[in-house]
Structures are given as C-alpha cells and as structure tokens.
Design a protein around this ligand. Structure first.
Ligand SMILES: [Zn+2]
Length: 134
C-alpha cells in the first residue's frame, strides 16, 4: 500500500528528529500534501495510526495542508491550476510543455512535541509564615 510506506517514512523522520530518549511524546504532525501527490488523506491517516503505535508518536494527531496543483507554460509564462486529474495543456497556446510548479509536495512542515510533564514529587512551595514586624 502506497500510503503505508509514506506513513512509515514520516514516522521514521519524526523519530529521527526526536533523537534518542530526548522526547517523551509527539502531540501532532503536520504534512504538506500536494493535490497531485497521489495521497489519500484518510488512508494515510489510517496507516499513520498503525505505524505510530508503540513509538513516541503514539496518539499523535496528523493534519494536512493541501497544496493545489499549479502548472506553468514556459513560452507564454502563464500559470494555472491543474485540478485533479491534472490539466497540463496550456490554456493559452494549447502547448503540452507545461512544467509543474506545485502540487507534488509531500513533506513534514511541523511537529509538536508534547510538553514535559511536571514532576509530581516536587512539593508545592509552602507560603512563608507571616512575620510580625515591630
Ligand atoms: Zn502556453
């Protein structure tokens, strides 16, 4: 499954960024996903949860930033939204030499580490007894 290998790559990258023993948990991961990247968000979310189990990413939330597909025709310097399935012929000159400007993105844009839990053994600071001043 395509999404499974993507999920494994994403989890691997976050684990690598977390480093050995430095991070207890990951709160959320944000992915930039191009319209033409061929990723089904629901399928990726499903695989992500499976891959995360038992890692520091266990329970992490996955969110997506969709990037629209854009193409550009060099001769007329025109840019347009490709849509999906992508329309790659230039609307101006009907040329087929369009270059994809965006839409194939698939990268991590943000990882939120869970805040360090407060140590529970630390006693609450006791208020100092009031001292009568003379
Ligand atoms: Zn053109």
């Amino acid at each position: 499954m395509h999404e499974m290998s993507i999920a494994m790559a994403v989890v691997g990258q976050v684990e690598e960024a977390a480093g050995p023993g430095g991070v207890r948990a990951v709160e959320s991961v944000r992915l930039q996903v191009g319209e033409l990247a061929g990723v089904v968000p629901d399928a990726l979310r499903f695989c992500f949860e499976l891959v995360c189990a038992g890692t520091v990413l266990d329970g992490a939330e996955l969110s997506f930033d969709p990037v629209p597909g854009r193409a550009r025709c060099e001769p007329c310097a025109r840019e347009w939204d490709t849509g999906m399935p992508p329309h790659l012929c230039c609307p101006e000159c009907d040329g087929a030499a369009a270059e994809l400007v965006s839409g194939r993105e698939l990268r991590i844009t943000e990882v939120r580490w869970a805040p360090e839990p407060q140590p529970e053994s630390q006693p609450e600071p006791q208020p100092q007894p009031a001292v009568d001043r003379e």
